[in-house]
Design a protein around this ligand. Structure first.
Ligand code: PSU
Ligand code: MN
Length: 300
């Protein structure tokens, strides 16, 4: 097997990168392990349309039968749902060699998108330091990946299933700036404001470019996180209560390692009803739209 057999870019994405058009990478762990069927497929379609509406090209990244694809076409998304592996960085090589289908996490997607020459990536929430980290030492590979991938990552912060103050501390230790889009505080995914301060804020999407260029001009390889709250608000007390129940259920069922995040997300999706799911989908779409505006602003 040749190297090329493992890595494929769609014609549209390859051409857009070469012609320096705006390109936005989209992850697929949210498709395979983040949202229930068929909301997952519909949400990917909404994100893709949001990117195109802003004049940029979407690049859905994932693993199909062992091949990394940057720019998976909508009619091939469903194929990824056939017994998919959740692929963070350590899982990629193994899943590729075994011919698996896989959804790529923030860590894996950012890494692969960078290799494809893409500079902007949109997601819902990044992984981070898990609650109870002193016992489990569970810190998402996303954080370490973000320390090494020069990419603008647009998200609504990190989910409040995590320990957000500790997540911010680790991002600081790793040299990853967190910039608020029209906000001075970190959003916590469903939660619009966490009370934690961001490093700086901007008011126009293109304002992030100067920060990115400054970092790259001195050879910095850290990602640049751009965060904005989701457009829909939810009952925060209900969310916090559910997270408590989800964490207790995870402990009771001895859920550890890479299963933890999907387990907690599925618990919330099952028990929270439609308002939480609607908020989740709306923020994914909103982040795709902002990322597309940033990507388009790179080349004007
Ligand atoms: N946060 C969400 N939805 C998700 C994830 C995070 O709101 O689907 C996924 C992302 O792909 C993220 C991954 O990169 O979970 C983090 O998993 P872990 O904590 O195992 O590193
Ligand atoms: Mn983990």
């Amino acid at each position: 097997m040749t190297t090329e057999a493992f890595f494929m870019m769609s014609e549209e994405v390859e051409q857009a990168v070469q012609e320096r058009k705006g390109v936005v990478a989209l992850e697929t762990a949210v498709l395979t392990h983040g949202l229930p069927f068929p909301d997952n497929l519909e949400t990917m379609a909404k994100m893709e349309r949001a990117v195109r509406r802003q004049g940029s090209v979407p690049a859905v990244v994932g693993l199909h039968q062992g091949q990394i694809i940057v720019g998976i076409e909508p009619n091939n998304w469903e194929a990824l749902l056939n017994n998919p592996e959740k692929c963070s960085l350590r899982d990629l090589g193994i899943a590729m060699a075994r011919g698996r289908n896989g959804g790529t996490t923030v860590a894996a997607t950012a890494y692969l998108a960078h290799r494809a020459g893409i500079r902007v990536f949109a997601t819902g929430g990044i992984g981070g330091v898990h609650r109870g980290w002193t016992e489990t030492l569970d810190v998402s590979a996303d954080l370490y990946a973000l320390a090494n991938v020069p990419m603008i990552v647009v998200s609504s912060g990190a989910k409040s299933i995590l320990d957000l103050p500790k997540t911010m501390e680790v991002l600081e230790s790793l040299g990853v700036p967190v910039v608020g889009y029209r906000t001075a505080v970190l959003p916590g995914f469903y939660v619009r404001e966490t009370g934690l301060s961001v490093s700086s804020s901007i008011t126009r999407p293109g304002d992030i470019i100067a920060i990115d260029c400054a970092m790259r001009s001195i050879g910095m390889r850290q990602a640049l996180l751009l965060v904005q709250p989701g457009p829909l608000s939810v009952d925060e007390e209900l969310v916090e209560a559910l997270i408590g129940e989800a964490l207790a259920a995870a402990r009771a069922q001895s859920i550890v390692g890479k299963q933890t995040t999907p387990f907690l997300l599925e618990f919330l999706n099952q028990h929270a009803g439609d308002s939480l799911k609607a908020a989740n989908i709306a923020l994914l779409e909103n982040n795709a739209s902002l990322a597309a505006q940033v990507a388009a602003a790179f080349h004007v």
